[in-house]
Design a protein. Structure first.
Length: 251
């Protein structure tokens, strides 16, 4: 995005030079990207994502920007508590995020309601399946959950029966075939071998559009509240593009 100074007569009010020009142009771009985001509605609530209030308890990671309300969060919490004992409920961050999929502000991007599928990136599947600081083979059983165990809540006749997960699930696909995120029961989980968040749900990454909006916001703030020389403005523009295109991990 390399902007040119506007031609013609400037406003009568005192000008801050090229900063005013760039500010207006960045606002236009920011508005355009905001419109793109606004077109994406949460699948379950059919509204734009929002700041959760009251705060979500189970899916607290999504409080700043959520597709869940408090009732949905409660349903997810009940399902999660049926799977694990209370002492292990906060032990597996990847599994928590998986169960909270319906709360993700990006959840609508990776589902196909006609085919009833959800696309999840392989790296996220590894996050769920592997012990900390390892990359376990997702085509084999894992002992990650064995110390905690699980309840077989999906079997109505044996819902309180404890199981050893490594004996129950030969691989992560068997796990996904048995346990889908709440509100997406019956959906097929498709593991996509990609690190691009345009292709699949990628835990721990900001989406391209989110990065671009954040970059434009920072640029707008810089132009508005600092006195910039022309080279500095171009430097800010280049930084915006770099932040937008480079897939940096969200801390």
């Amino acid at each position: 995005f390399f902007f040119q100074a506007e031609d013609g007569i400037r406003d009568a009010q005192e000008s801050r030079g090229l900063g005013d020009v760039y500010k207006r142009q960045i606002l236009i771009l920011f508005s355009a990207f905001s419109s793109v985001i606004a077109q994406q509605l949460c699948t379950q609530l059919q509204r734009q994502s929002f700041k959760a209030s009251p705060s979500l308890q189970q899916c607290y990671r999504n409080n700043p920007n959520s597709c869940c309300n408090s009732v949905m969060d409660n349903v997810i919490s009940e399902k999660y508590q049926e799977l694990l004992s209370s002492s292990c409920s906060r032990k597996f961050s990847g599994l928590e995020v998986y169960y909270c999929y319906a709360c993700s502000p990006q959840e609508m991007k990776y589902i196909n309601k006609d085919e009833k599928t959800i696309k999840i990136c392989k790296s996220f599947a590894i996050k769920i399946w592997s012990p900390e600081d390892t990359e376990e083979d997702i085509t084999k059983p894992t002992n990650k959950f064995d110390d905690c165990g699980m309840f077989k809540y999906w079997d109505e006749q044996n819902s309180k029966q404890p199981i050893v997960p490594s004996k129950e699930f030969p691989d992560i696909q068997a796990f996904f075939d048995t346990l889908q995120p709440p509100f997406y029961e019956g959906y097929k989980i498709i593991i996509v071998d990609s690190t691009n968040d345009q292709d699949c749900f990628l835990y721990g990454k900001m989406t391209f559009v989110s990065q671009l909006v954040i970059g434009l916001t920072l640029c707008l703030y810089t132009v508005s509240y600092t006195h910039l020389t022309l080279p500095t403005i171009y430097s800010v523009q280049i930084s915006v593009v770099a932040v937008s295109l480079k897939k940096k991990q969200c801390v």
